[in-house]
Ligand binder design. Structure first.
Ligand SMILES: *Cc1c(COP(=O)(O)O)cnc(C)c1O
Length: 405
């Protein structure tokens, strides 16, 4: 089992933030339950700050995990929040995040979302010329300043990413060759141009690929800045830092990435001399700190295979079932949390309670002999878990969520 770092055992049980899982379940009242360990996230952020060059800010991409308590706490740990909808914006504002440090990207911002963003005074990452016109109209009607950055569809891709978001025809951002005209229009409309946003991809474990993408991002931004009416105050260079979901995955070497970024920034052209830079990360900050806890409802044998049936499933943790942007289904790390120290027995299938063959949480997993009532933990559940799952499917109750530690 490739359990992520930071989890231990206590009296034979899996412990999260120093308490056995049974205690967290008792406190929450029921399973299924997502538990997020604040201490692990804090450590992740501290390690990242040590690896990144001084002065490069860290932003949290709220879409990875929008749990309000988590977002509120994150607002105090990172330098900014990136939201992708008016709903996420509401969560960020309600959590007390500073509007000056919130930005909003997303390809289909509706008028009322633009209005909420402009009303709050946050930064809009423009995705198109049409969006600029609509935003400018709304800002003038409200009599509010319009703060914009241009999201650029990069003319390269982040090689080997789980999800590619740049290179070629894309719904995200503005093609590089269209940027000069957009900058002129921003100027003509009297909007406040703050800088650029480039996001090339997600879930990448290769330091080399990230270094190359960051270098190309800075070159692209420098080229676009040469022709801009104003120099960019701020550039969001994206993220894409991946986490090791599977046994063959090697953790990303952030020190190598940070060192190369430092060298690239030290040699940046004069046009970017006064520019501030940030990365924006979702899963890298929170993914490994979350555990999805379910309880075994039934154990049965079919044609020689053992099926451990739990009270959760893909309606809460779609990604672990392999149905959220994966080509080949592989097991997320999973454990019998009630018998965390016990030796594995025959491999078992862990399935959810939904009446669909898609609802598999682990196939042929090396768990100890598992009984009805045991708690099963699925790791790597801190990002794109509950928020990326079809909770209404089959009408079960929503799971609990706890931020602990
Ligand atoms: C999804 C997304 C992120 C977060 O991606 P992770 O892989 O979770 O780090 C950041 N920025 C943008 C623009 C995104 O669309």
């Amino acid at each position: 089992m490739h359990i992520p770092p930071g989890f231990s055992s206590l009296n034979g049980e899996l412990a999260i933030a120093g308490k056995p899982v049974s205690a967290w379940v008792e406190q929450a009242g029921d399973t299924p339950l997502f538990v997020y360990d604040r201490g692990l996230i804090a450590k992740r952020i501290a390690d990242l700050r040590a690896a990144l060059p001084a002065g490069v800010d860290i932003h949290y991409a709220v879409k990875a995990n929008p749990m309000p308590a988590l977002v509120g706490w994150m607002a105090g740990q990172v330098n900014g929040l990136d939201v992708a909808s008016a709903g996420e914006l509401r969560i960020a504002l309600a959590a007390g995040a500073d509007p000056a440090r919130i930005s909003f990207a997303g390809p289909g911002k509706r008028d009322r979302e633009l209005e909420a963003a402009i009303e709050a005074g946050i930064l809009l990452n423009l995705e198109s010329a049409g969006e600029l016109e609509r935003a400018a109209g709304i800002a003038s009607r409200l009599g509010k300043p319009l703060r914009v950055a241009v999201r650029v569809n990069p003319d390269f891709e982040l090689k080997g990413s789980g999800m590619r978001m740049g290179g070629g025809a894309k719904p995200f951002g503005v093609d590089a060759e269209r940027v000069p005209a957009l900058l002129a229009r921003i100027d003509a409309l009297g909007a406040i141009f703050e800088g650029f946003h480039v996001f090339a991809g997600s879930q990448n474990l290769s330091a080399e690929a990230l270094i190359e993408a960051q270098a190309k991002t800075l070159d692209l931004v420098a080229r676009l800045s040469e022709g801009a009416p104003v120099r960019p105050r701020h550039v969001n260079i994206g993220g894409g830092f991946g986490i090791p979901y599977f046994p063959t995955d090697m953790p990303l070497d952030i020190f190598t990435v940070g060192k190369a970024l430092g060298e690239k920034l030290a040699a940046r052209p004069a046009v970017l001399a006064d520019t501030k830079f940030n990365v924006e990360l979702g899963r890298y900050l929170v993914g490994e700190a979350g555990v999805y806890l379910t309880r075994v409802v039934d154990v049965k044998i079919s044609h020689g295979e053992t099926f451990v049936i739990v009270d959760g499933g893909l309606h809460h943790q779609l990604a672990a079932s392999g149905n959220f942007g994966t080509v080949i289904r592989r097991n997320y790390p999973v454990a019998n949390a009630s018998r965390f120290d016990a030796l594995p027995g025959e491999p078992v299938n862990v399935v959810g309670c939904l009446c669909t063959p898609l609802d598999r949480l682990a196939e042929k997993a090396a768990l100890p002999v598992t009984q009805v009532g045991d708690l099963v933990a699925v790791f790597m559940a801190g990002a794109y878990g509950l928020t990326a799952s079809p909770t209404a499917f089959l009408g079960h109750e929503p799971p609990g969520e706890m931020l602990v530690g």
